[in-house]
Design a protein around this ligand. Structure first.
Ligand code: ADP
Length: 761
């Protein structure tokens, strides 16, 4: 870069005692002149302060020793000189080494100095200790990180007289402010200030402070020639002559606009990150320094571990581990792994402030600076206790469910209630690890403190009792669910055994009932047999007696009063014979052995004849007998049996209708003949109407009316054997009308065997 200003600068630098004073007095920058080979020619106060060497120790030596061994081995110092030569300027940020061997993070600009012929006569190297600046910043509370800010602009270096008039100008100044030397020199420094700063008298105030205090540093907006603003870092240093008299000021200005913007962005990003990390509740996110001491702490960390930031920052992180792991050296080992591999992750037990343990997922990452030096560790811890507990609970629940299902299966197969109960209790004891579990029947009360669940009966809102379990530990919701499942199995077994019991009872009843009906049937058969035997046994002596009496009568009879007695005896035997005949009829009907023989005859005649026979008894019963008969009504029937029907109906009418008229009516209705026997006697209750046609069925009080309840039974069988019907129309107290309808020409069948009453099922 051919620029006369550079030569001016160099010659000025060499020649001017004033400028030497300038560079000497600047403490914040190491400003060093190098010869073309990199040998140190000048060494200012700033260089002594920043790098530790006195001028006598370094002048004449190569500037390489200011770099790290690594940089030297890599030829970095020469590279920088070559770059300055090539590009007009070399800018670098990196580690530099002080005299005492310690390192500092430097911002460095090297510019070449060329002679009049353009040959390189040397270099100016301006170095700043950024760590110092950083420390200042941190102390001022801004907490900015400047490590990452890469770009800086050049330095504007110029001189002012005591009144602030510009007396010298350099290339950096031209670049930074836009004025050429001829434009700047002679102007007051206030041209670089904003109108507000000018109005506030800031430029002169700064000069006065530099005059009083030797130096002043300022940061703020400055104005370029084109009116644009830039953020400047300004150091103004008082310059004295040899006698200590003020001869002016040296001013070094750096354009920090870009850097300030980046810093601001960085600061905001850092702040956002910090806030984000800070506010995370679910994760403990914190930093450890290289030794494992806690350096930062977030809300999640406080939440999970119980310590406040105040309590824990500065403490070694091993206190988060169980004692046995501390003594086994686990925390340190984890740091070693993280720093060797960059990362360490595990799940394990950690300890809270209150001593309680939690199951944690831990990720430990090594944090390194740009140069790769370990500066600490980031640790992220998650509390997995809840997750672990949930997983364990789920497994436990699955186990309990399968146990309950197995028990249910057993209950189904076994079917024996006491076995099922015994197995259930054993299952509860083993599964829940408790000693006391029992079944409480209704009314029994549980041991105090026992947990009970209902044994539901199948009917809604009913129960068989309770399952009561008492444990020394508290039973969980899962345990209770399991108890209920077992109680349900017991309930099903109980319901089953109950219904089986009911079934057994019902079966026994059915068997007994069957037995009863068989006995009834047997009794009925016995009765029928008895009737039959008795009737036959009676019939033979009775016939003999009747014949003897008839013999006596026909041989002239006996003189009174013996003759009348003989007549009465004959009538009694006839009555007896009728009763015995009825019994014989009944047993014949029961055995289906009633023979019917039909013949043609005039029914009107028969009815009249039988009615005639009843004249006398009717008169005795004060019952007028009215006949409504056709002249003739021929048909074909069993004559004797039809006579029997007439006799039965008329004798009932006389018996139950005494004192009132009796009407006997015979008529022809189509193919049928209808016979009605009506009385106006006691009548029959509606409930009894059907019953009276049954065997031995009576409806009248036995005290007033005798009879065996067989007449209507036999009558019905005779009528039905003629394929006819018999019915009765009656009202209690108003009389009864028995109606018999017969086909005119019937071929009577054998009267059916009476149905044997069947046993109730
Ligand atoms: P019994 O020998 O008892 O008369 P029946 O078989 O002839 O037997 O009659 C059965 C029952 O029917 C009688 O006990 C009586 O109660 C009732 N009964 C029959 N005929 C009449 C009637 N004409 N009036 C009222 N009740 C009658």
């Amino acid at each position: 870069m051919e620029n006369p200003l550079v030569q001016d600068e160099l010659s000025a630098l060499r020649a001017s005692a004033e400028l030497r004073a300038v560079t000497d007095s600047i403490q914040d920058y190491a400003i060093v002149l190098l010869d073309p080979q990199g040998v140190v020619l000048t060494w200012n106060t700033g260089a002594r302060q920043i790098e530790g060497y006195g001028p006598e120790e370094i002048v004449g030596h190569r500037f390489d020793r200011l770099y790290t061994a690594e940089d030297r081995a890599a030829g970095r110092p020469q590279t920088l000189l070559a770059e300055a030569l090539r590009a007009g300027r070399a800018h670098d940020e990196g580690w530099r080494v002080r005299k005492d061997g310690s390192r500092f993070w430097a911002d460095e600009v090297i510019s070449p100095l060329r002679g009049a012929n353009g040959a390189v006569e040397g270099y100016v190297k301006v170095t700043r200790d950024l760590a110092r600046r950083r420390q200042d910043d941190e102390q001022s509370g801004e907490g900015r990180t400047v490590l990452n800010v890469a770009s800086v602009t050049d330095y504007a270096i110029f001189m002012l007289d005591p009144q602030g008039t510009i007396t010298s100008w350099n290339l950096g100044a031209e670049r930074a402010k836009g004025y050429r030397a001829d434009e700047a020199i002679g102007s007051n420094l206030s041209i670089f200030y904003t109108p507000e700063d000018q109005a506030a008298g800031r430029p002169m105030r700064l000069l006065r402070r530099a005059q009083d205090e030797g130096r002043v540093e300022d940061e703020g907006w400055r104005v370029r020639k084109d009116g644009s603003h830039f953020w400047a870092d300004v150091v103004i240093t008082r310059v004295n002559d040899r006698n200590g008299k003020l001869i002016g000021f040296a001013k070094v200005t750096r354009d920090m606009t870009e850097r300030r913007r980046e810093e601001e962005q960085l600061r905001q990003a850092e702040e956002r990150l910090r806030l984000m990390i800070e506010s995370v509740q679910e994760y403990a996110i914190f930093m450890l320094d290289r030794q494992g001491r806690v350096a930062s702490w977030n809300r999640g960390a406080e939440h999970i571990k119980g310590y406040t930031a105040q309590e824990i920052v500065g403490q070694h992180f091993s206190r988060f581990y169980p004692p046995e792991e501390i003594s086994a050296g686990k925390p340190e080992r984890e740091l070693e792994i993280a720093s060797a591999k960059g990362r360490f992750e595990e799940e394990g037990w950690r300890v809270r402030k209150d001593g309680s343990r939690f199951w944690a997922n831990v990720v430990l990452s090594a944090t390194r600076n740009r140069e790769g030096a370990l500066i600490g560790f980031t640790k992220i811890t998650r509390d997995l206790s809840e997750r672990k507990r949930a997983a364990e609970e789920m497994a436990e629940r699955a186990r309990q469910q399968s146990v309950a299902a197995e028990l249910g299966l057993y209950a189904l197969q076994s079917g024996q209630l006491d076995r099922v109960i015994e197995r259930s209790m054993q299952t509860v004891r083993e599964t829940l690890q408790i000693d006391d579990v029992r079944i409480l029947r209704a009314g029994e009360s549980p041991v105090p403190g026992a947990r009970t669940v209902r044994i539901h009966a199948p009917e809604p809102d009913a129960e068989y009792g309770f399952l009561a379990a008492s444990a020394s530990r508290p039973l969980t919701a899962n345990d209770v669910r399991f108890l209920q499942a077992v109680a349900n199995v017991v309930a099903v077994a109980m319901a089953r055994s109950q219904s089986e019991e009911q079934l057994r009872l019902a079966e026994r009843e059915a068997i007994e009932e069957r037995g009863r009906s068989v006995r009834i049937q047997e009794a009925l058969l016995e009765r029928d047999e008895f009737i039959s035997v008795a009737a036959h046994e009676l019939r033979t002596p009775l016939t003999a007696l009747q014949l003897k009496l008839q013999g006596l009568e026909s041989s002239g009879g006996l003189p009174p009063p013996k003759g009348e007695r003989l007549g009465a005896a004959v009538r009694q035997t006839e009555r007896l014979a009728r009763l015995v005949d009825r019994l014989l009829d009944v047993s014949r009907i029961a055995q289906g052995r009633v023979e019917m023989t039909s013949e043609s005859f005039d029914l009107a005649i028969i009815v009249r004849q039988v009615a005639e026979d009843f004249r006398e008894p009717a008169t005795q019963a004060r019952a007028a007998l009215e006949l409504q008969l056709p002249e003739k009504l021929e048909g074909s029937w069993d004559r004797l049996r039809i006579e029997q029907v007439l006799v039965n109906l008329l004798s009932n009418a006389v018996k139950y209708g005494a004192g009132k008229p009796i009407t006997v009516k015979l008529e022809e209705v189509g193919d049928l003949v209808r016979l009605c026997v009506a009385d106006r006697g006691i009548g029959i209750a509606p409930d009894d109407v059907d019953r009276i046609f049954g065997r031995f069925q009576r409806a009248a009080p036995i005290r007033n009316y005798g009879g065996m309840g067989l007449g209507l039974y036999i009558t019905r069988h005779i009528v039905e054997a003629h394929r006819g019907t018999i019915s009765v129309i009656s009202k209690p107290g108003e009389g009864s009308t028995f109606v018999v309808e017969l086909p005119r020409l019937s071929a009577p069948a054998a009267a059916g065997r009476d149905k044997v009453p069947r046993a109730r099922a």
